[in-house]
Design a protein around this ligand. Sequence first.
Ligand code: THU
Length: 161
Amino acid sequence: MGQFQFSYELFDSIELLEDQDAALLRAAIATTSVAYAPYSGFHVGAVAVLENGALVSGTNQENASYPVGICAERVLLGNVAMQYPGQKIKSMAISYRTKKRPSDQPISPCGMCRQALVEFEFRTAAPIRLILGGETGQVMIIDSAKLLLPFTFSPHELGTD
Ligand code: THU
C-alpha cells in the first residue's frame, strides 16, 4: 500500500506570523491592486523573496479570450527567471481580493501553477516555501510546492536529463 501525506503550519491570523512572513503576505495582499482581472473579478497577488533578498511579484493577467489569461504565480516565476536568472526563491506569499466574497481564508495554487512551481524548484534545486492567506483569517505555510503535487510529471520522465 502506498501513502502520501504531508504536514503544514496553520496560523489563526497574519499577526501570528514571523515578521518577515507577515510582511511578505502583506505585500502579496497589496499587489492584488495591480492584478488585471476584469473577467473573473478575482484579483490574485503573489510576492516572493529570493535568496539574494530581492522581492519579486506577480499578479494574474486575464484576457478577453479567457484561456489566454495567466495566473499570478506563473507571472511571478517568469519575472524571477528573467530578472534574477538562476536565483532560488525562498518563500512566496499568495493572496487575493474579490467583491464576490470576503478574502478571509487561504487559496492554494491551481494545478497548472503547481506544475510550474515544482519545475522551478527542480531547476533551482531549492524548495519554494508557500505562505497562503487572504486579507484576514487563517494562514497556511507549506514547506515546498512539491508537497502539493504528488507524483509530479518531471523532466526525468522525458528521459532528457
Ligand atoms: N488565479 C491565480 O492567479 N492564481 C491562483 O492561485 C488561482 C487563480 C487567477 C486565474 C484567474 O485570472 C482568476 O484567478 C480566477 O480563476
